[in-house]
Design a protein around this ligand. Sequence first.
Ligand code: SF4
Ligand code: SF4
Length: 125
Amino acid sequence: MGLGKLSFTALKGVFSKPATRRYPFEARPPIAKSRGRIHFDDGKCTYCSLCELKCPPDAIKVDRQGRVFAIDHLLCILCGACVEACQKGSLSMDAKHGEPWTEKQKLSWHTEAPPKPSGDAAPKA
Ligand code: SF4
Ligand code: SF4
């Protein structure tokens, strides 16, 4: 490489925009259809455990009797199998990646069972 070309390349590097971002201070906007993170809506879940059966790395644990749903985000490979399996729309995946973590995150939800209908209700005619 000649001196002229070398100088041009060096000056171009000085005056052009940096090739990388200062993450996490400057985050990249999410790319459409990229796989970000699983979200769970406890209001829709029936604790059927179908998502647990379909999850390849066993990242999901469902306790049907105790009505507990738990997901280990460090095990999750974002395959989307649980989202496809859930018939209740309780699981979804967005394109936005989560914040960087400094500790293991295992999230769980517990929902109280809906109250049983009271036996005092008058039978319908
Ligand atoms: S998230 Fe969906 S598939 Fe999983 S236990 Fe709840 S209702 Fe069933
Ligand atoms: S996206 Fe895949 S790996 Fe992650 S919890 Fe769902 S089924 Fe399991």
